[in-house]
Design a protein around this ligand. Sequence first.
Ligand code: SF4
Length: 237
Amino acid sequence: MNNIKISGIQKTSLIDYPDNISTVLFTQGCNMNCPYCHNPELISEENENDYLKLDNLWNFLDKRSGLIDGVVITGGEPLIQESIYELLVKIKKYDLLIKLDTNGTNYNLLKEIIEDELADYIAMDIKGPIKDYAQFCGIKLNKSIINNIDQSKELLINSSNVFTEMRTTVVPGMHDKRIMKKIAKKVYGVDKFFIQNFRPNKVNNPDFKGKRRFSEKELNEFKNIFSEKNVEVEIRN
Ligand code: SF4
């Protein structure tokens, strides 16, 4: 399993896997380029620092067994890593829960992971309404990627053997009530939807640095839009 770039590890987290103590792995590289991305150092395919050696990861998990409940794999986009499937198989052998974050562009792999029960919790970004996706993710999207994102969303909505989260990071100037209404129409059935307020202290596109964030009142207005559609929704501010 050589083709996996893990450029960061947070040994203990109390927040990244809801209700569980987890270790977080950050994979290097993303196939999107969202201007508001909070982990811009993980977008490029390469990092100048060394990647985590897998032997060190296994040694660490040997020692941590019993002290953590699960592992969170985030990025970047974890599903562009060639050996991600093998990584999940191996982590599962430690009898740990796995939470996987994804932008939903690799539908086939996501389906395989769910069918083979290699993740317990999957969190997928919903950047905007599917038809206007390119406005939100900083890259040109061809039809096949858009189809993949849409199919991934439907897959999660219809999956019963994994806890499913979807979330939209909301940015003033990009998201408004009209946009949120379009998103809310399409996510009924997900286990939990989060409206995440944008964090302007660290961003991918410098034009977004220091931009204003939505107020609590505005976030609650967005929340109501989802509640009206009977979507289980919470705010991450
Ligand atoms: S926000 Fe997520 S999908 Fe967008 S560039 Fe950052 S890591 Fe990639």
